[in-house]
Design a protein around this ligand. Structure first.
Ligand code: PMP
Length: 379
């Protein structure tokens, strides 16, 4: 099996599994309990928080553990509207994660004005669109750091500076960039940031919402855990696994980013020689590991079906949308025709990917494209 769907999820590392097992065996106490069993768990929790905050360039007090980026994004949206004296107006890019967009657009039913920022043909937010949206006050601006479907990077530092000049809180969904390229909460200047551990070889169902120190942001009013911001007994095995993944990412990120960039460039050179093969967002800076492509004349279902029979796991262009065979909202926002967007597939490399696997994939895509063309010329 060749696994090329690392933007959907990644394989948990052996050290992640070991850290989780250790937390289950030795850290099963409740970190809120005052007795020694609770204090052992509390120590583990503090150590994990310190590692994760160092990894993402934040202070430990800025980290709120959640069940993952979906939950973090939810708290960002709803927190923005719960803050006193805030306008009921939020601004986000048209290419945010499908689940996040869906929950933001749902707010229109409650009378919230939801402004979507345009992107250019490469999928980057148009700064003129942001400037126009910022002519009126808003409770929040949200732009992702890297797109999950195309890997296209957004100019988040520039966007954050512009948003701050208007005194509006800025959120960055860093779920896909974390662990793939150097990225820091303090460095990008965001007020809020979302993460999920399973995108960087950690476990599923654990992530974080970072809230800039000094900013009061309503999250969940219940227990006293997470400084009263997100109640409920902490998922210590998940958090320990997340910390092990963050430690691994810090140690390997630079070399791995370079290695995957080289692999991706060689693969894309092969793709460029395949007739009617198009790489989406090819003109923009992108994640080292992500390629969104189509071969005009072939549907994503057909491409993926063939790849699956050959033991290759990839996903459709609209990989994270719940809409099944709907065209990707990301590609539509980039001005790609719906019929062409339906042909998009996403290849996302990981630490297990090597040149031989990608060469096999390129061979298959080439054969499919050639048989399509020869069938068309016979027909
Ligand atoms: N944001 C982005 C950019 C993502 O890629 C994903 C996962 N596809 C999410 C949010 C949601 O993450 P999770 O499913 O772990 O909550």
């Amino acid at each position: 099996m060749i696994y090329l769907d690392n933007n959907a999820t990644t394989r948990p590392l052996p050290e992640v599994i070991a850290a989780m097992q250790h937390a289950l065996e030795c850290g099963w106490g409740n970190p809120s309990s005052k007795h020694p069993k609770g204090q052992d768990a509390k120590t583990l929790l503090a150590a994990a928080r310190a590692e994760i905050s160092a990894f993402i360039g934040a202070q430990p007090v800025e980290v709120v553990f959640t069940s993952g980026a979906t939950e973090s994004n939810h708290h960002v949206l709803h927190g923005a509207l719960m803050r006193p004296d805030m306008p009921r107006r939020i601004i986000l890019s048209a290419v945010e994660h499908a689940g996040f967009l869906k929950s933001a657009l749902r707010l229109r039913q409650d009378g919230v004005e939801v402004v979507l920022l345009d992107v250019d043909t490469e999928g980057r937010v148009k700064i003129e669109s942001l400037r126009a949206a910022l002519e009126h006050d808003a409770a929040l601006v949200s732009v992702m750091a890297a797109n999950n479907e195309t890997g296209v990077l957004q100019p988040v530092a520039e966007i954050c500076a512009l948003v701050h000049s208007r005194g509006i809180p800025m959120h960055v969904d860093a779920t896909q960039i974390a662990g793939k390229l150097p990225f820091s909460f303090a460095g990008c200047g965001a007020d809020l940031l979302s993460l999920s551990a399973h995108k960087l070889h950690g476990p599923k169902g654990i992530g974080a919402l970072l809230i800039r120190k000094g900013l009061t942001w309503p999250v969940m009013f219940s227990g006293q855990q997470e400084r009263g911001r997100r109640g409920g007994t902490e998922n210590l095995p998940g958090i320990a696994g997340f910390a092990a993944a963050a430690r691994h990412a810090m140690a390997t990120l630079h070399d791995e980013a370079e290695r995957q960039t080289r692999l991706r460039e060689a693969f894309e050179a092969r793709l460029r020689a395949i007739p009617a093969c198009v790489i989406h967002g090819a003109g923009a800076a992108r994640l080292p590991n992500t390629i969104s492509l189509r071969i005009d004349g072939l549907s994503a279902d057909r491409l993926l079906g063939t790849l699956e029979r050959e033991g290759i796991c990839a996903s459709s262009g609209a990989a994270c949308s719940s809409g099944g065979s709907n065209p990707s909202h990301v590609l539509l926002a980039m001005g790609i025709e719906a019929s062409q967007a339906l042909g998009a597939i996403r290849i996302s490399l990981g630490s297990d990917t090597d040149a031989e696997q990608l060469s096999r994939l390129a061979d298959l895509l080439q054969t499919m494209s050639e048989s399509l063309r020869s069938a068309a010329s016979v027909g």
